[in-house]
Design a protein around this ligand. Structure first.
Ligand code: SF4
Length: 383
């Protein structure tokens, strides 16, 4: 009888896409999809280690399942970023775990699972190996989906674990990406999101990211294109012009700010200043009418003072983002910032998080009203 697989995903869109890839591989090998962990023979958690809270939640959820484990009848595995970051330390935290599979080994999961029915398995090899072709027949979405265009990151922002768990930046060939998208169109998908840790530094022998966007825009049958995520130091006027001019590309830009303080941006190794950021988004708004601008911000980075935080509030008021993800800093082992002294207290982080969230909510609300008023005015004029 076919074995059943249950796969839960934590974290970002990159993980969602990896999980689809893994599910596709296993379905091709004859597994069936289980709707709950209880009915599954193999329970996998695809984990995120970008924030401590998300990592702890995945491990403690897995721990709760393992308490109910009937030995040898089921395989429980942790795959993805936390598997890569914590390696065999996961067996120490979860002694009944059967399988640990890092980000560079997910293409081998079908064989690893077979072995895990016999013995404990750990596979956390070379994270920089050439890209496994993350193509698989399985897609969760019927009309929209994600397409990975690259993996890894070379930026080494001092708070971020990604270069250590997903490896150095590797771009897929443009022709492989467009052929995957044509195949998706044949299956009825019309809306795609191009994914990479820093899509703006995408580089194939024949094209850069702006050229790739043009190639994808030319694929017949695709109706909407989004991309995620951009790095301010690599975003250019040419990119903004492409967003404006390419008819299928959504007028949407996610440009993580992280902090509005030049001192903190330097400690974060972000490669831009608040002045450069402001200049960049001013140009983007000017070039792309109706632009929806999103961002990410971190509060409580080591040594962040009231002045640094006020600089962030000030820049947020100047930029007026449409939306923002705001996080409290948590140290990640092995990163540059993990060794930095002068931890900001938990209370201060909470207070700053609340203040920034309230400010951003107010700005988002006002911008929505302004947009609605503009729409209303243009309808009235056209009557
Ligand atoms: S750009 Fe910075 S924050 Fe983004 S994945 Fe790379 S190292 Fe992490």
């Amino acid at each position: 009888m076919s074995k059943k697989i249950f796969l839960r995903t934590f974290g970002c869109q990159m993980n969602d896409r990896d999980s689809e890839f893994v599910m596709g591989l296993l379905l091709e090998k004859g597994y069936l999809k289980a709707e709950s962990p209880e009915e599954a023979d193999v329970v996998l958690f695809n984990t995120c280690s970008v924030r401590k809270h998300a990592e702890d939640r995945a491990i403690s959820n897995m721990g709760a399942f393992l308490k109910k484990k009937r030995r040898h009848l089921k395989i429980y595995g942790i795959i993805g970023c936390s598997a890569q970051a914590l390696k065999k330390g996961l067996f120490e935290r979860l002694p009944d775990l059967d399988l640990i599979c890092g980000t560079g080994e997910i293409a081998k999961l079908p064989e690893l699972i077979v072995k895990a029915f016999q013995e404990k398995i750990i596979a956390v090899g070379n994270i920089n190996r050439p890209l496994p072709e993350l193509k698989s027949t399985y897609r969760q979405g019927k009309k929209s989906t994600h397409v990975s265009i690259m993996r890894g990151c070379d930026n080494f922002c001092s708070y971020c674990v990604v270069p250590y768990v997903r490896g150095r930046e590797r771009s897929r060939k443009a022709e492989d990406i467009t052929s995957e998208i044509k195949d998706l169109v044949r299956r009825g998908i019309k809306d795609i999101m191009l994914l990479g840790q820093n899509v703006n530094s995408y580089k194939d022998k024949t094209c850069n990211f702006v050229e790739l966007l043009k190639l994808v825009n030319d694929v017949k049958g695709i109706e909407k294109i989004t991309f995620f995520t951009s790095h301010p130091k690599d975003a250019t006027v040419k990119l903004f012009e492409a967003i404006r001019d390419l008819d299928k590309v959504r007028k949407h830009l996610h440009l993580p700010l992280q902090s509005g303080s030049n001192r903190i941006l330097k400690l974060m190794n972000r490669g831009y200043t608040r002045e450069k950021y402001l200049d960049l988004v001013t140009r983007a708004k000017h070039i792309i009418p109706g632009l929806f601008l999103g961002t990410d911000m971190i509060v409580g980075f080591p040594s962040e003072s009231d002045k640094d935080f006020n600089d962030t509030l000030d820049l947020v008021k100047k930029v007026r983002f449409d939306g923002a993800y705001i996080f409290k800093y948590s140290p990640r082992a092995g990163t540059g910032a993990a060794g930095m002294k002068d931890e900001v207290s938990e209370d201060t982080k909470k207070r700053r998080h609340r203040t920034l969230l309230d400010l951003q909510r107010e700005i988002s609300k006002r911008k929505k009203h302004e947009k609605a008023d503009r729409c209303h005015a243009s309808h009235s004029l056209s009557r």
